[in-house]
Design a protein around this ligand. Structure first.
Ligand SMILES: CC(=O)N[C@H]1[C@@H](OP(=O)(O)OP(=O)(O)OC[C@H]2O[C@@H](n3ccc(=O)[nH]c3=O)[C@H](O)[C@@H]2O)O[C@H](CO)[C@@H](O)[C@@H]1O
Length: 360
């Protein structure tokens, strides 16, 4: 008998792919033939191909849906239309038992096409308030899972439950020794890891670089600065290691870290929580986004897992003070983290998703 099929979609940023990466192995173990629908040049293509060589990846066109003016706003709806047709063709051919979407613009045509083809659609929302793509797609979904319980009332026209986060299992297998080796650090001083989300962050990069001489007096710094943002003039600086974007070695660098400074993307902050890493969060400002990271960060601060510095208040001085305060309160944050609900395992999440599939 032919294996049942499942289509995963989601992309645009690493956060929109991470859960899909985690649930592919348990879905395959349960006998599902997993297919991915993503865009031609989105980050999801390489992330999926690198971690799961041979997994069928179907490219569709996708347009960005913007809240601001751009000439592309006139052409992108046509791309979304073309994407719907391409996705519909694939869905009709594959006849999946379920479509699971992690969000991002590429998921919108897939969900519309899935609905047209009568296939159950499940969405996962990582932020407190749904992103634009998920918001548009939710009325066409059968069920929505959320990470934060506070998100459930934001879901309209679909049933919703809070599943909590899922963490890629390999992140728990880090080696401190390997992390220090990768970063060329001695391990004799506390290590601060700075991470600006999947695309890096100019604000964080500037803050850490301007405060580097002061930071390096008492700690070593590992800096994940995003593609194209290395500062070659800092090469060879004792106690400072910079990387553009790390894949395999991330678990080791995280294990080597005693605390993190980060954007407040949902996936990263739940990873830090699961790894009991004290955090200083600098959320993306409401001017540059819908303010989702501000809400994520505030809820983490309220639970005692993080301290927050708003982007508009970042100067060299406030940044250094905030790092100092986070270091002083690190033990208290770790104690609060011990009380947090454990994340779902990928197996548990896969089972939850499959409950929504045809025939269940
Ligand atoms: C600018 C933007 O739109 N940001 C959104 C995007 O975040 P974005 O995808 O940038 O950030 P997330 O924190 O959600 O995820 C980043 C992921 O990249 C991984 N990572 C990061 C750096 C690195 O070198 N290697 C690596 O593997 C992290 O471990 C994490 O799993 O989606 C999130 C989840 O919907 C939202 O909360 C964010 O507001």
């Amino acid at each position: 008998m032919e294996s049942p099929k499942i289509i995963l979609t989601g992309g645009g940023t690493a956060g929109h792919v991470s859960l899909n990466q985690a649930i592919i192995p348990p879905l395959k173990e349960k006998g599902y033939d997993v297919h991915y629908i993503g865009s031609k040049d989105g980050i999801e293509k390489n992330l999926i191909r690198d971690s799961f060589p041979g997994l069928p990846y179907h490219e569709i066109q996708s347009g960005k849906l913007r809240r601001y003016f751009s000439m592309k706003n006139f052409t992108d709806p046509f791309k979304v239309g073309a994407g719907v047709l391409q996705a519909y063709k694939q869905i009709k051919k594959l006849k999946p038992a379920l479509i699971f979407s992690k969000g991002g613009f590429v998921s919108v045509p897939v969900i519309l096409a899935g609905r047209m083809a009568g296939v159950p659609v499940v969405i996962h929302e990582s932020d407190v308030t749904p992103g634009l793509a998920n918001k548009l797609a939710m009325p066409f979904a059968d069920h929505v899972f959320t990470v934060f319980p506070e998100t459930v009332p934001h879901v309209k026209k679909a049933s919703a439950t809070c599943s909590g986060p899922v963490i890629r299992p390999e992140l728990f297998d880090g080696s401190k020794k390997e992390g220090l080796r990768l970063a060329g650090l001695s391990g004799k001083r506390p290590v601060l890891l700075v991470m600006g989300g999947s695309q890096g962050s100019a604000v964080l990069n500037e803050a850490v670089r301007s405060g580097l001489p002061q930071l390096l007096r008492s700690m070593d710094v590992i800096h994940l600065c995003g593609k194209g943002h290395l500062d070659r003039t800092l090469d060879g600086t004792e106690g400072y290691a910079q990387f553009e974007y790390v894949t395999g070695g991330l678990k080791d660098l995280l294990k080597a870290a005693d605390g993190v400074v980060s954007r407040a993307g949902s996936n990263s902050i739940f990873e830090f929580l699961a790894l009991r890493l004290p955090m200083l969060l600098i959320p993306l400002s409401a001017e540059k986004s819908r303010g989702d990271q501000i809400l994520n960060a505030r809820l983490f601060a309220k639970s005692g897992f993080a301290e927050v510095l708003e982007e508009e208040n970042v100067t060299r001085e406030t940044f250094l003070d905030a790092v100092g305060s986070m270091t002083e309160n690190a033990q208290r944050m770790i104690l609060s983290m011990e009380k947090a609900e454990p994340p779902k395992t990928p197996e548990e999440m896969a089972a939850l998703i499959l409950k929504c599939s045809k025939g269940e």
